[in-house]
Design a protein around this ligand. Sequence first.
Ligand code: ASP
Length: 303
Amino acid sequence: MTKVAPGSLLDIEHLEATEIAALLKLARRMNPLQPKLRLRGKRVLLLFYEASTRTRSSFEIAAQSMGAMTTLVLSSGSSVEKGESLLDTGYTLEAVGADALVVRHPAAGAPLLLARHLKIPVINAGDGMHEHPSQALLDAYTILGHKKTLSGRKVVILGDIYHSRVARSAIHLLSKFACRVTLCGPPELLPESAAGLAPGLEIVRSAEDAMRGADVILVLRLQKERLLGMKIGLEDYTARYQMTMPRLRLAKRDALLLHPGPINRGLEITAEVADCPQSAIVEEVRNGVRVRMAILARALRTA
Ligand code: ASP
């Protein structure tokens, strides 16, 4: 990968397993309720060109709880609306004194572009259909809160894999830790070529078959905003791929249920599954704060 500012977190694909393990270890040392003021005097700029609730608020809380000052810049209401380019916005934020930039953007590669040109670390908070590294880290953290190791676990990723940056980051991370990853969804949302993302990926079209023996199920939101004219019959989709209790019962008895949010109850997941004891959806959000504290501490070299 071309040179980027040290401490940047752009994707999981190019992160060594040892670096991932170190980040997860650092996250375990983070205490969001009694944090050390590791980022006192630092300024963290959050630049969001897409909607976000969990990622944005948890990065902000993570930064502030460690003593950093944060400023949120949204594309709407900023000079982006006046036609300013991404790079010019980046240079501006660096010039006002940002020590780190957290970026969400609809275009894949936007954080990489910034990281190549700026001197401050850039953290990818989700770029188009590419990657969402902090989500994969918090998912791994959540799984490890319930299972001793990742190695050998059967993880099913269910639903709209094609449009999902969460799926891409998860696939890279889980494959680096020798999980058995099964992808499940209809051909429109899961092309055969997805099997090339990492070695050993299995594609299973039947949700029932996929669930058998699963240790972890990661359900994805149907990304309606990215379907762009693609014709997906919602009734057929829910009939075949909705995460329901009968399907969950086919997995291991202690299978863990994950979903990055926002959840669409009644579409990709039933309310019953979302709220069942095996669901770690709220826990994922909670873990997101300490994982993002670790990411920021690494970025600003204060760990
Ligand atoms: N919140 C996640 C993301 O930004 C998942 C989703 O929106 O479906 O990618």
